[in-house]
Design a protein around this ligand. Structure first.
Ligand SMILES: Nc1ncnc2c1ncn2[C@@H]1O[C@H](COP(=O)(O)OP(=O)(O)OP(=O)(O)O)[C@@H](O)[C@H]1O
Ligand SMILES: O=P(O)(O)OC[C@H]1O[C@H](OP(=O)(O)OP(=O)(O)O)[C@H](O)[C@@H]1O
Ligand SMILES: O=C(O)c1cccnc1
Length: 492
């Protein structure tokens, strides 16, 4: 699913330091030196057990359109350093003007469940190009993955009942809203209130009416009657403007008249008060009045925790309207995905793994040209192995936890294995088959189903096994020791 929004070339959508490094590589004659970068997050968001990969479609659209326009080049020519002289020389700007991407990108298909440390995306090609792409790729993938994950958690809480995404009015700007509507659908929402997202992405659109409609009439019942007249095929009455349970009675009255005219009331919406109590009482009123099919829609600052609690309270809510907390990822507003250099190729064609050290083990990078192999059997997912494609997998078939190397797991030799990073972009062209959002969300549902329920739990979820191939782990350890040794020797 490639969309129009990211079609205009947006090569300047990057941090200036990517261009200063690009200039440096060009100046040093290293622009075409081949590199591999990986995009990954360290910990699933929301203190959860998993994330849902999203954003690849728009990212590919971005890559496909990538070029510096004439006005981009002109603008870059106006940038100066602290001596007032141009930052970039004209020959470099000419190089950028002619630049067409030749990188290869391998990526997890959207809707795949993903875990900490494992690459969602791998970019391989001239180091200058890889570097320029860091910021826009992180921008697109981080946000959509975050929102798809939130939506998937909310869908899990609603246990199959439809979620309507109502976030547009409180989303982070225009693109924040559109990207969130897309990702929310990937993560399992049934529809959006955002009509532009409906048009751009083919997401079903749904809507009720606001309090202002009720307030604009002399009485609540009058407002429902007029609404039923003009919109007889889409009647969800918002019943909480004055007194909620009285509002339900008024909806029933209007629903009866509607029925006489050959239409059925779709339902009512609750938007304040105790949603458990009010939905249970409203359900009784609707059932007793002969409207067992009328759905109770609820909204009001909902998230996965409130929905889970309302379900435990046996609330009679059939449809959930969720806005702010979903589209702003309220409790964790950024994913924190990073993009790190894994390897460089020297003149004789050999790949050399690269490492960045950190005081925190979790932040020490994983060297190599990485791939993720997922193992599963009839019962579901077993574990993921991160390995270096250049060296292949060690015969021992063991994964080692990157945070705690004493935690290891032997992978059963009869487990099914699938490599998650698949060719998406080759030498500047999209090669992944475009996927509809329907296919993507179906993949998300199937993936989530195959996770152990304890991994899906909101509170202190069970940690899904992800580890380094034991051979890669040993190489990484050696590289850490070697880098530290070198630094020790260099110490005065
Ligand atoms: N039974 C319930 N259990 C848990 N949370 C609930 C329950 N009923 C409602 N909530 C949540 O509690 C919060 C109530 O919000 P708030 O205190 O603003 O009250 P309100 O009913 O919205 O009042 P207002 O009239 O100001 O809109 C919302 O997030 C809502 O989803
Ligand atoms: O609570 P959220 O999850 O963000 O869902 C969207 C909210 O937006 C609307 O309220 P708003 O007060 O903006 O307008 P209204 O007058 O239609 O209620 C709607 O009634 C929901 O409460
Ligand atoms: O259609 C609705 O009920 C709706 C739409 C946007 C925000 N809140 C509610």
């Amino acid at each position: 699913m490639l969309d129009e929004l990211y079609r205009p070339p947006l090569a300047l959508l990057t941090d200036l330091y990517q261009l200063t490094m690009a200039y440096g590589y060009w100046k040093l004659g290293r622009a075409e030196e081949e590199a591999v970068f990986h995009l990954f997050f360290r910990k699933p968001p929301f203190e959860g057990g998993y994330a849902v990969a999203a954003g690849l479609g728009p990212a590919l659209e971005y890559l496909q359109a990538y070029r510096f326009s004439e006005s981009d080049i002109e603008y870059l020519g106006t940038l100066t350093g602290n001596d007032g002289e141009p930052l970039f020389e004209p020959e470099f700007l000419g190089y950028l003007a002619d630049l067409r991407l030749t990188v290869d990108v391998d990526a997890m298909p959207e809707g795949t469940v993903a875990f900490g440390q494992e690459p969602l995306l791998r970019v391989k090609g001239p180091i200058l190009q890889c570097q320029l792409l860091e910021t826009p790729l992180l921008n697109i993938i981080n946000f959509q993955t975050l929102i798809a994950t939130k939506a998937s958690r909310i869908s899990t809480a609603a246990a199959g009942e439809p979620i309507l995404e109502f976030g547009l009015r409180r989303a982070q700007g225009i693109d924040g809203a559109l990207a969130a509507s897309r990702a929310a659908y990937v993560g399992g929402c049934a529809a959006t209130s955002n009509v532009l997202a409906g048009k751009l992405y083919g997401i079903p659109v749904k809507g009720t009416h606001a309090h202002s409609w009720v307030m604009s009439f002399d009485t609540e019942v009058d407002s429902f009657e007029r609404y039923a007249e003009v919109m007889p095929n889409n009647c969800v009455f918002l019943v909480d403007t004055y007194d909620t349970l009285e509002g339900v009675q008024q909806a029933v009255e209007v629903g009866r008249k509607l029925r006489e005219r050959g239409h059925e009331m779709v339902g009512i919406r609750l938007d304040s008060g105790d949603l458990a109590y009010l939905s249970i009482e409203a359900r009784k009123i609707l059932d007793e009045a002969g409207f067992p099919e009328a759905a109770i829609v609820a909204s009001n600052d909902l998230d996965e925790h409130i929905i889970e609690s309302l379900k435990n309270q046996r609330a009679k809510i059939a449809v959930w309207g969720v806005g702010t907390k979903l589209v702003t990822a309220y409790d964790q507003p950024a994913l924190g995905g990073v993009y790190k250099l894994g390897a460089l190729r020297d003149n004789d064609g050999k790949w050399h793994p690269k490492i960045k050290l950190s005081e925190q083990v979790i932040k020490t990078s994983i060297p190599g040209t990485l791939q993720v192999r997922r193992y599963e059997d009839a019962n579901g997912l077993i574990g993921d192995m991160i390995f270096d494609e250049t060296n292949g997998i060690d015969d021992r078939g063991i994964i080692v936890d990157a945070k705690d190397p004493t935690r290891r797991k032997k992978i059963a030799s009869n487990a099914n294995a699938v490599d998650l990073l698949r060719p998406a972009f080759r030498a500047g062209k999209v090669v992944a088959e475009p996927e509809s959002l329907e296919v993507i969300r179906q993949r998300m549902h199937e993936n989530i189903e195959r996770l152990h329920p304890t991994v899906r739990r909101f509170m202190h979820p069970h940690e899904y096994p992800v580890g380094l191939d034991v051979g890669l782990h040993e190489l990484r350890d050696e590289m850490i020791l070697q880098a530290r040794q070198v630094r020790l020797e260099m110490a005065p």
